[in-house]
Design a protein around this ligand. Structure first.
Ligand code: M6R
Length: 360
């Protein structure tokens, strides 16, 4: 049951320190700063030249995050919407690894894309939360995110676990298929080790509720981020629209000036995610919106330059750049939750939506 919480969504947000610890457990060696992932046989990625990640909705945002993490590890990778895969199929062959990212492992669009990849001779891997799910049975390999059951239709803890799992996998694939190891896993493993406690602290001290109250009744809500902050901006907006029924959109920070800026008014709060990479540029983008009257909520560490400029602040810890966005995402989950709550929405079962979409 929901226990002390009013909604499963809030319970599942609060479960993240535990669910993430489960995801990471036994897959890293914190003492030696190593990623192990021993459940995957040595040589499992031999001959892989490129990676395609296929998914829908929130899982697609995790896939996008994963594709960027893979790129940083020196691996050719791209994320694709599973429902576009059959009409816009990129070249696939035996040297392609196709990773299906699906919490339920039952999403029809994702399963269709996975079957197509199998038929084309790709090596396939399912990243799922559900043991015995169809995706786990259809793919050549499976990795379980071990986030525990998620009841709220809005995916929260499973997104965090998917992204962390993909960050780990990116290092493993990078180490296996690249001659050189471009990124050192040390700081990631160190950051992951501290992540459960740090998320606990973040949730306890979050100002998300007062920020939701402050901007309640706005016309639209915008979310921006760059690099690994971009999928977080997309996810922030998806969560916000699905449970508040308010219009929300996520953009790559740099895209704001290429069109969306026309929508910016004093009635469109803008959440800016800072991950420690090219933050100066993101700050400049946010300031362009602020000049047009939009209130800026900076999601960044304390002492960050953005805090002085922004109208409100959601704090994240100083951490590895790969993980910063995931902390920001937890703050945005809380904002959406509290905004929906003020509006008295049926948070765990938003209208028209199902937990797992088993039709095309
Ligand atoms: O079970 P899956 O991860 O395959 O589901 C994919 C999407 O339907 C899902 O992520 C959806 O977007 C979320 N429930 C939204 O919060």
């Amino acid at each position: 049951g929901k226990g002390e919480y009013d909604h499963f969504m809030l319970k599942e947000i609060h479960e993240q320190p535990v669910s993430l610890a489960q995801t990471i457990e036994g897959r890293t060696d914190p003492e030696n700063g190593r990623i192990t992932l021993d459940e995957l046989d040595p040589g499992v990625f031999d001959g892989i030249e490129s990676v395609q990640l296929i998914a829908c909705g929130t899982s697609y945002h995790a896939a996008l995050y994963g594709s960027l993490a893979l790129n940083r590890a020196g691996v050719r990778a791209r994320a694709l919407l599973a429902n576009e895969y059959s009409v816009a199929t990129p070249p696939i062959d035996e040297e392609t690894l196709v990773i299906a990212v699906s919490q339920s492992g039952e999403t029809a669009d994702t399963l269709n894309a996975l079957r197509l990849a199998n038929a084309e001779g790709a090596k396939t891997l399912a990243l799922t939360n559900v043991v015995g799910s169809t995706a786990a049975r259809v793919a050549d390999e499976t990795l379980f995110i071990r986030a525990g059951p998620e009841i709220g239709v809005a995916a929260t803890k499973t997104f965090s676990s998917q992204a962390v799992m993909l960050a780990l996998l990116a290092h493993r694939i990078g180490a296996d298929v690249c001659d050189t190891r471009p990124t050192d896993p040390d700081s990631l493993v160190f950051g992951l080790d501290r992540m459960p406690d740090a998320i606990d602290d973040l949730i306890t001290s979050s100002d998300a509720e007062s920020i939701a109250r402050q901007y309640d009744g706005s016309q639209s809500y915008f979310f921006i981020g760059r690099g690994l902050g971009f999928p977080v901006a997309l996810e922030g907006a998806l969560k916000f629209k699905e449970i508040t029924y308010n219009h929300a959109e996520g953009f790559a920070s740099g895209e704001l000036k290429h069109g969306p800026l026309a929508l910016v008014t004093p009635d469109t709060p803008l959440f800016a995610v800072f991950t420690g990479v090219e933050d100066e540029k993101t700050l400049k983008n946010a300031e362009e919106a602020q000049t047009r009257g939009a209130p800026i909520v900076a999601v960044c560490p304390a002492g960050h330059r953005a805090v002085d400029i922004a109208d409100a602040h959601l704090e994240i810890p100083e951490t590895d750049p790969t993980l910063a966005g995931l902390f920001a995402n937890v703050q945005l989950q809380l904002v959406s939750y509290h905004a929906a709550r003020l509006l008295d929405r049926p948070i765990d079962k938003p209208r028209n939506l199902a937990k797992s979409v088993t039709v095309e």
